[in-house]
Design a protein around this ligand. Sequence first.
Ligand code: NDP
Length: 279
Amino acid sequence: MLKLIDGKQLAQKRREEIKLAVEELKTQGITPGLAVILVGEDPASQVYVRNKEKACHEVGFYSEVHRLPADTSQEDLLNLIDRLNNDEKIHGLLVQLPVPKHIDEKAVIHAISPKKDVDGFLPENLGSLLIGEQAFEPCTPKGCIDLIKESGMEIAGKKAVVVGRSNIVGKPVAMMLLREHATVTICHSKTKNLKEELLAADIVVAAIGRANFITGDMIKDGAVVIDVGINRLPDGKMAGDVDRASLEGRDCWLTPVPGGVGPMTITMLMKNTLESATR
Ligand code: NDP
């Protein structure tokens, strides 16, 4: 039978743990603080930012949201980042992407202090992850690892196949699986024998961005499948990268979309901010 790994439930459990840790920190006079900057009125970004704000309140963080008009100059944005980098109340700082076209996204990300880069997007953090030093782990990959462990599967010694090699999901999740002692293969659009690679995998992480791309005939029995994809179908419904219907009745684990990786991502952002405040 196909077993679903409930990301919503796991995220709730992690938030309870974070909340308790925050209460403990507060007795020492420290309240973790997260600042989020949103430039412009992109509707999806507004939802993400609201959810982050809500999550902060839920776990007891101090939270600041800076909503700036779409025509904000890059200089003004960089000045705000600089101010927040030096604000002791703020332990985590992020700019919601994408930023309007007249702003250089790279310059903005690089302006954030690595000590407050709770998204884990900066080269300093990704480099530390690569060489096994203390780092803020990118939130979505961090959530993926937690979800795999929740299935009960021991990662060490398993064959893991990651489909996708982006800097925010594919590459870091592959590094983290390696750190957990999996044997890792990274596949991408130029991979010749994707089905063959997938059929050998005990763990599959799909981060492609193509609705229902991975089907049941590409997955072996007993595999744990983590579906990172968020795709909009023409009828407006949301679909993952994995075709769930073709896995029904199979002896596998799967994270549903929605309700799998998604809820874990913001929770891991809270976890990183807590970690930053604890440091
Ligand atoms: P990118 O578009 O940056 O990367 C997609 C990757 O998929 C690329 O490496 C690409 O290969 C690979 N790919 C594309 N087509 C194929 C194919 N036919 N066969 C094999 N590989 C292929 O996406 P992201 O990593 O940013 O995101 C991936 C998905 O995850 C998206 O749906 C996104 O919305 C979702 N997402 C969900 C999050 C969550 O919280 N749940 C957070 C972040 C992302 P190549 O490099 O060769 O082009």
